[in-house]
Write a protein that binds this ligand. Structure first.
Ligand SMILES: [Zn+2]
Ligand SMILES: [Zn+2]
Ligand SMILES: [Zn+2]
Length: 188
């Protein structure tokens, strides 16, 4: 997933379609990448999206989003709570969940059922939040979109008379960076 400044239109999220065209290299952010850039793009997009939808990005909502935006890893609600406490922000668990609900409604955050955790959205604007590659070593989550996979799931469900309520695919594995590190001492 690549985030870049879009000049006149503000920040721009380069979507899955481009990621697929670019190859698999850019789906996972490079460990040494300029993450401050990601963070500011995420916050800028959140502000723009809320303005568009007429929703208020309150201080608590902003704090929760910002905590998640600090990395590309998923976090549980209580991890977010702890991080905010370290900053002297005292939100209750109920408040954290309420803000997360809001952020999910706005498409700014996704929930990963398999980890019972949340991750900031870096995905495409449309039809996002369906497919995730999750590194079990470093915890980085990449949001991807694969139209043929979407279609195949829809087709199968359709054939089975199955009504999809959550078309989410969560795939566990090791990211390129973690694989490189693991392969450092021994080949193969
Ligand atoms: Zn980043
Ligand atoms: Zn997304
Ligand atoms: Zn990894």
């Amino acid at each position: 997933m690549v985030i870049a400044d879009g000049g006149d239109s503000g920040e721009k999220i380069v979507t899955d379609r481009h990621v697929i065209n670019l190859g698999r290299v850019r789906i996972f952010p490079d460990p040494g990448h300029d993450h401050e850039h990601c963070e500011s793009a995420i916050m800028a997009r959140a502000a723009a999206k809320c303005q568009q939808s007429g929703a208020r990005l309150t201080e608590q909502r902003r704090l929760v989003l910002q905590t998640l935006a600090r990395s590309h890893c998923s976090m549980g609600a209580y991890d977010i709570l702890d991080k905010l406490r370290e900053q002297g922000e005292r939100l209750t668990p109920v408040a954290i969940y309420r803000q997360l609900d809001f952020l999910m409604d706005q498409g700014l955050v996704h929930r990963l059922s398999s980890l019972n955790a949340f991750v900031v959205c870096l995905g495409p604007e449309e039809g996002h939040g369906s497919q995730f590659l999750i590194c079990t070593s470093c915890g980085v989550v990449a949001e991807v979109r694969n139209d043929p996979m979407d279609r195949s799931i829809l087709d199968r469900a359709d054939q089975a008379g199955f009504e999809i309520t959550q078309p989410v695919v969560e795939v566990m594995g090791l990211c390129r960076h973690c694989r490189d590190q693991a392969g450092g001492d021994h080949e193969g």
